[in-house]
Design a protein around this ligand. Structure first.
Ligand SMILES: Cc1cc2nc3c(=O)[nH]c(=O)nc-3n(C[C@H](O)[C@H](O)[C@H](O)COP(=O)(O)O)c2cc1C
Length: 171
């Protein structure tokens, strides 16, 4: 297997959020894609190790924020490299509360967002594939373009932790 083949797959970079009534939390994800149009459904692959994964399973709802290309590195540092188990990721973060489900949706460096009701969950071994029906969505800004994983990785020299499906193990 030529492992480099995987680096040709294209992705965006998103923040996936939820809450359990007590705590709000979110993580950075690349494995996010629209799967149907009528009705609109979006799939997200979430590591079983992510704290947010358990919150989504409990709340049965999640938010998706589409990140902009000129993001502040602290946004990805905060949501993508630390676990919310022992730290409040929402303390200094701009967010809104979804009108349908009450979940928090991150607004930092966000171009548009989706509020999703969890419809299906598929066990993938290390990850869970969440399929959510879009209950609400909005565009926040037209002033930038969406961040792609290629730009994050090749131009910004950003790395991905092990929980990311796009992580490539150094041999
Ligand atoms: C660029 C990038 C992409 C990522 N993609 C995913 C992903 O698609 N799925 C996933 O489960 N984790 C992904 N991660 C890892 C999680 O964001 C990370 O493990 C996070 O700290 C989990 O937070 P939590 O434990 O507070 O939920 C990614 C991280 C980065 C920086």
């Amino acid at each position: 297997m030529d492992i480099n083949s995987f680096s040709k797959l294209t992705y965006g970079v998103y923040i996936i959020s939820s809450e359990d009534g007590e705590k709000k939390n979110a993580f950075v994800a690349t494995a996010v894609f629209q799967v149907t149009a009528i009705p609109e459904k979006i799939a997200v692959a979430a590591s079983k190790d992510n704290y947010t994964t358990a919150l989504i399973q409990k709340k049965k709802a999640f938010g998706i924020s589409v990140l902009k290309q000129h993001y502040a590195p602290i946004t990805i540092g905060n949501f993508g490299f630390r676990s919310g188990r022992d730290f409040n990721k929402f303390e200094k973060c701009k967010y809104l509360v979804g009108k349908i489900t009450g979940i928090p949706i991150v607004l930092e460096d966000t171009l548009s967002w989706f509020e999703c009701i969890l419809e299906q969950e598929i066990d993938l071994g290390t990850h869970v594939l969440f399929i959510g029906k879009v209950a609400d969505c909005a565009t926040v800004s037209e002033e930038d373009i969406p961040l792609t994983y290629q730009y994050y990785h090749e131009i910004k020299r950003g790395i991905t932790p092990e929980n990311a499906p796009s992580h490539i193990e150094k041999k």
